[in-house]
Design a protein around this ligand. Structure first.
Ligand SMILES: NC(=O)C1=CN([C@@H]2O[C@H](COP(=O)(O)OP(=O)(O)OC[C@H]3O[C@@H](n4cnc5c(N)ncnc54)[C@H](O)[C@@H]3O)[C@@H](O)[C@H]2O)C=CC1
Ligand SMILES: O=C(CO)COP(=O)(O)O
Length: 415
């Protein structure tokens, strides 16, 4: 895509600094270096500040260093040793990743906002961001979850888009963060269907009411932003075409496929976390791979049914079956994801999964547990829990209403 006339560069901020957030900062920082004509060379990463201690067995421990005396702020440690010692230990970050604990400052002047927070924190953080972002910024949501309220269900990309009045795409795939941080080959799916004005091809549609605002085409985007009035990207920035967005994420070890289906990509990432819990429950019983495959099969069918039932205008079945964000993410998550591992351990030990999350994850957060509740609340409001027996079984196991041993009878089709 031509960048003629563009002399400004896109500044990128990563909103989040957990296991995936820090990994995302690393790969995006590598890519801005590789594309200096498109992107500003500094990537700011918002850190939810907390105190950490550098332990004596850390490679950064130095008795003489002030950094190793008592507790320190995580953001300070990241900027000093270029490692997120709490959420991504052992991985060196490029020096152009700058940790910033101040939310407004971390997004100042950024035209690209990459959201990588646990989904429960997205609404509050977006509300705090409102008024502090560049009005023509664009978002990419890497968070896996859904936002359920009395108004219904929203994708996280929609929740971000609506709260900040920006276009927000989604990135999701079979992406265990620690593998990608170690530069082991993975692939991912980016759903980015930009407003025509961003690609500068075809001719942008300008709302008759204001020459400053682009009313984006209804068929091209996820429902939340169908009627949104977006600020156009000024012409002195390089276009935010699919090609340029791909350049922000694609690495030799992280292969990106770009699609238009924001709803399919977002739902795949959210719903697979419920399936991974079910896989962990049956594995924790010692039932083996056939049992795991059975719950994965039923879960994938429920994922597709859910997308078709509630996002029928936008979701494509092929996104679930052909892209990394669908079946492939179910597989990897059911083999080694945190939801799977914690559900397995909870079943094995008889402890609650919340206790396991606290004791095993060192501050990392499960997304499947709250997603199971949110999806259940939504299905119940529609009176269709029975059509989603696996999702409903996971909710009932978490609630203590049924036991993992009952999964086979619960997911057996009832004629
Ligand atoms: N870790 C992984 O392998 C992958 C994670 N994801 C998704 O990325 C999203 C973020 O996950 P991770 O980066 O892994 O995070 P994480 O689970 O490793 O870490 C939790 C993060 O939440 C922050 N936090 C705690 N309390 C907070 C608060 N009140 N407000 C704001 N932030 C707070 C912590 O500082 C930490 O950065 C999730 O939706 C997850 O499903 C997606 C693909 C892979
Ligand atoms: O989304 C993931 C892999 O694609 C990570 O899943 P967990 O959050 O269960 O670790």
């Amino acid at each position: 895509m031509a960048t003629l006339g563009a002399h400004k560069k896109h500044k990128v901020s990563i909103v989040g600094s957990g296991n995936w957030g820090t990994t995302m900062s690393k790969l995006v920082a590598e890519n801005v270096k590789a594309n200096p004509n498109l992107f500003d060379q500094t990537v700011r990463m918002w850190v939810y500040e907390e105190d950490v201690t550098i332990s004596k067995d850390s490679r950064h421990y130095d008795e003489a260093s002030e950094l190793c005396k008592g507790t320190q702020k995580l953001s300070h440690v990241i900027n000093t040793v270029h490692e997120n010692i709490k959420y991504l230990p052992g991985v060196t970050l490029p020096s152009n990743v700058v940790a910033d604990p101040d939310l407004p400052s971390s997004v100042k002047d950024s035209t690209i906002l990459v959201f990588v927070l646990p989904h429960q924190f997205i609404p509050r953080v977006c509300d705090q961001l409102a008024g502090h972002i560049v009005p023509f910024a664009r978002g990419i949501c890497c968070t896996k979850g859904v936002d359920v309220s009395e108004k219904g269900i929203r994708l996280m990309s929609e929740a971000i888009g609506m709260r900040l009045n920006i276009y927000c795409g989604a990135l999701s795939g079979a992406n265990i963060a620690s593998e990608i941080a170690q530069e082991k080959y993975s692939e991912t799916t980016v759903a980015y269907d930009p407003p025509p004005m961003d690609s500068r091809s075809p001719t942008p549609k300008v709302s008759p009411s204001s020459s400053q605002v682009d009313l984006i085409s209804p068929s091209r985007v996820n429902p939340s932003v169908r009627s949104a009035r977006l600020q156009p990207l000024p012409s002195d920035y390089p276009p935010l075409s699919q090609e340029n967005v791909r350049k922000l994420f694609h690495r030799p070890y992280f292969h990106v496929r770009i699609v238009d289906d924001v709803a399919g990509v977002s739902l795949g990432g959210a719903l697979k976390n419920i399936i991974a819990l079910a896989a962990g429950f049956v594995d924790g019983l010692g039932w083996g791979d056939n049992a795991k495959a059975a719950v994965m099969r039923v879960g994938i069918l429920e994922m597709v049914r859910f997308g078709k039932a509630f996002f029928e205008d936008s979701v494509k079945t092929s996104t679930f079956t052909e892209e990394s964000c669908g079946v492939a993410d179910v597989i990897t998550s059911c083999m080694g994801g945190r939801n799977f591992r914690c559900a397995k351990k909870a079943t094995e030990t008889g402890k609650s999964i919340y206790e396991i999350e606290q004791t095993e994850l060192n501050g990392q957060k499960l997304q499947g547990t709250s997603t199971a509740y949110e999806v259940h609340t939504f299905l119940k409001s529609k009176g269709v829990e029975a059509d989603y027996p696996l999702f409903t079984a996971v909710y009932n196991i978490l609630e203590g209403n049924v036991k993992p041993e009952q999964i086979p009878e619960l997911i057996e089709p009832k004629d």
